[in-house]
Every structure is written in structure tokens, then in C-alpha cells.
Design a protein around this ligand. Structure first.
Ligand code: SAM
Length: 367
């Protein structure tokens, strides 16, 4: 059988790719940050280091699945004037792209946006439409992930992809409901070519609520997992956030090792870790912060600002559930899920440094 090959846009250090590789799929990631690329190469993940806007599906003819986690800075201010304007702009561009308006005109208008990063969220749609129009080979599945504020964009994508012959589902997923020892909400879209309906993965674990014991709630679901389940430090601890809730430095969020971690952000390694009697303990190592995101214990974090790379990533365990749902496969079993606990010994490909894909030519008509 032809193996699945995923082209992963804005691939970061490889949260989605780790999941895909463990599920037996091949991946190639496009990523421009040299630090994230250093990690990817150390992990042996195929990588094209460059700007997603300079490439297109024609340069990855073997890929039959599209994935993407575009950066989200302009949407994290959703609710503010800038966030709303960015959203309105994007929704208008989605309509123009689906109506097949002249690509150069669209590119010209995109370059005039108040914040040029706003247009990045449209890149997966550009790739999906170009695969249809230029290659006559639509991606058989599409998987997108972003912060909750991007959900209205995914809803517009859902309508657009439906009109191109895809079945689509999108919504907000909570990571702890899939066995990730961390509370984190993400807007996820999955699409599969053809009429057969597609559904976001069903939760396997209970959702976390402060003060509600882990053994109460829906008995058909497993209890949420705790930091201690993956870190196994010798004694219980409290994590005290680097930030004050709502900007109040006195109201720093706290979670105990018997709870899931708060959302892992780029500042995770700055959080204080203290014993129950208040003594300072070692802050999280990169491996520990990665494990809270369900990366393998031995994932070879490399390059600068590893905390940011970790905070940016999709938790591989969530990505496994999402990929299986996108293909209509059974949910991953515990045996399959446990594969993300360790990465792999260095193979010959990595030793020869051949994990990097030979740089592709820049597209003439790129933005
Ligand atoms: C939210 S992270 C994606 C994380 C990834 N999905 C994972 O699971 O590890 C977004 C990534 O997009 C990258 N990025 C931003 N703009 C880009 C561009 N124009 N071309 C390529 N990569 C870009 C950032 O460096 C960052 O690593």
C-alpha cells in the first residue's frame, strides 16, 4: 500500500510529525526558524528550512496529506480591535480564494495587511486549492491546529473545503481529555476527501476542573493525567506560574504535581517549582517541559529558545488522536500511544546528516 506522506506547514520542532512518524507515516516539514530546524534535524525529521509562502504543493508531489499550525500572534488578541479586523480580513480572503480570484491580486492585497503575519493563516488554504487546481490531486486529508481564537477561521475553511468535496469537522479540543498531562485548548480542523463523514476524535479522559477530584465524573472516561504521571519526581511539588493571572503579579497560577500542568507556554522553564513546604526545587528541564507536552523523554531539543519551541508545539499524543480521526482509523491504542514516550536511537540517515531535504527552488509566482 502507498504509505501516507504528510507535508507539514509551519512544522515547528515537530509535535505533529513525531505523532505521524510513530503512526507509520512519512513527513516533511516546512519551517523557517533555525532553532526549530536544529531540533528537527537532530530528531532526523525531514525538513525544508524556509518561508512557507515561497513554496507550494507542486514542490512536494508525493505528499497526499496537508497539515499545518500557522503562527497565531494576530489572533491571540481576538476581542481587541486589531484581532477583529484581522479576522474580518481573513474571512474576506477565504471567500476570494475559493472564488478563484486572480492569485496575483490576492497576493498584492495580502501584502498590504496591517500585520503581514495575518495572511499566514491562509497558507494551508492556498496549498489545498493549488493542489486541486494546479496538480489535479487534492490532498486526501487536511489537519489544522491553532489557538482557540482561530476557530472562526477554521469554520470558514470548513465551508470552503466542503465546497471542494471534503467532509470536515472542526471545534475546540482540550488536551487533558486525550491523556495529555496539561490543560490546553486548541482549535482543530480535520478534513477528508469524499462524502464519508469525518468526526473529531472522541475524548478518552475526563476534563479537568480546579478542585474536582480526578476520580469523579464520567465513569466511561479515564481520569485526567497528572504532571507526576510523566515526570516522576521524588516528592510532590507546586508549579508557580511566571505570570500573574489577569496581569496581577500577586495572583500567580499554581498547579500541584497531582494535577495536570497549566498550559505549557514558551516561558515554561521560567516557572518556579517548589516543594510543599515552600523550598525551591529545580525548574523544569527541557526534557520535563517536553514531557508535559507528551514529547518523548529523549527528544533531542536543540538550538536556541527551546522553551519557545516546546510551547509552540502540538502535543504529539493529541496529534495521534487527531490524525487517526482524520483518516477514519480506530483511535490509537495504549500500545501505540506509548510509542511517543521515547524517540529513537540515531539511525544511519541522521549520522550522515541527510535528514535535511535538499533546498527546493523558490517558486516564481510566490508571494
Ligand atoms: C505554532 S508553531 C507550529 C508548531 C508545530 N505544529 C508543532 O507541532 O511543533 C508555528 C511555527 O511556524 C513557524 N513560522 C512562522 N512563520 C513562518 C513562515 N512564514 N514560514 C515557515 N515557518 C514559519 C514558526 O517559527 C513556528 O515554529
Amino acid at each position: 500500500m502507498h504509505p501516507v506522506q504528510i507535508v507539514d506547514l509551519f512544522a515547528g520542532p515537530g509535535g505533529l510529525d513525531v505523532a505521524a512518524e510513530k503512526l507509520g507515516m512519512a513527513t516533511v516539514g516546512v519551517e523557517w526558524d533555525s532553532a526549530a530546524c536544529a531540533t528537527r534535524r537532530a530528531a532526523g525529521l525531514e525538513t525544508v528550512e524556509g518561508d512557507v509562502r515561497r513554496y507550494g504543493p507542486g514542490l512536494f508531489p508525493d505528499a497526499d496529506v496537508l497539515a499545518g499550525g500557522p503562527p497565531c500572534q494576530t489572533f491571540t488578541v481576538a476581542g481587541t480591535g486589531a484581532g477583529r479586523r484581522a479576522l474580518d480580513d481573513v474571512l474576506a480572503f477565504v471567500e476570494r480564494m475559493v472564488a478563484r480570484e486572480d492569485r496575483e491580486e490576492i497576493a498584492k492585497d495580502l501584502s498590504k495587511l496591517e500585520d503581514e503575519r495575518t495572511g499566514l493563516v491562509l497558507e494551508p488554504l492556498r496549498w489545498a486549492l493549488e493542489a486541486i487546481d494546479d496538480l489535479g490531486k487534492p490532498y486526501r486529508a487536511i489537519v489544522l491546529e491553532q489557538v482557540p481564537a482561530v476557530l472562526p477561521v477554521w469554520e470558514a475553511y470548513a465551508k470552503a473545503l466542503h465546497s471542494e468535496g471534503y467532509s470536515v469537522d472542526c471545534g475546540l479540543l482540550r488536551t487533558e481529555a486525550y491523556g495529555v498531562p496539561q490543560t490546553r485548548k486548541r482549535a482543530v480542523l480535520i478534513a477528508r476527501l469524499g462524502p464519508e463523514s469525518v468526526k473529531l476524535p472522541a475524548p478518552t479522559h475526563r476534563t479537568y476542573r480546579k478542585g474536582v477530584p480526578r476520580d469523579s465524573g464520567d465513569s466511561s472516561l479515564a481520569p485526567w493525567r497528572t504532571m507526576n504521571d510523566v515526570l516522576r519526581r521524588e516528592s510532590p511539588f507546586l508549579v508557580i506560574s511566571n505570570y500573574g493571572t489577569g496581569g496581577d503579579p500577586k495572583a500567580r497560577g499554581r498547579r500541584g504535581s497531582w494535577e495536570p500542568s497549566a498550559t505549557v507556554t514558551g516561558k515554561i522553564t521560567r516557572n518556579r517549582v517548589v516543594s510543599l513546604d515552600g523550598a525551591e526545587m529545580d525548574r523544569f528541564s527541557f526534557s520535563e517541559a517536553g514531557r508535559l507536552q507528551t514529547f518523548p523523554t529523549d527528544y533531542p531539543w536543540s538550538g536556541k529558545d527551546v522553551g519557545q519551541q516546546i510551547g509552540n508545539a502540538v502535543p504529539p499524543r493529541l496529534a495521534m488522536h487527531v490524525l487517526c480521526a482524520a483518516f477514519g482509523w480506530e483511535p490509537p491504542t495504549d500500545d501505540v500511544l506509548s510509542k511517543v514516550q521515547t524517540w529513537r536511537p540515531k539511525g544511519p540517515a541522521e549520522e550522515e546528516g541527510s535528514a535535511e531535504v535538499v533546498p527546493q527552488p523558490v517558486m516564481a509566482d510566490a508571494v
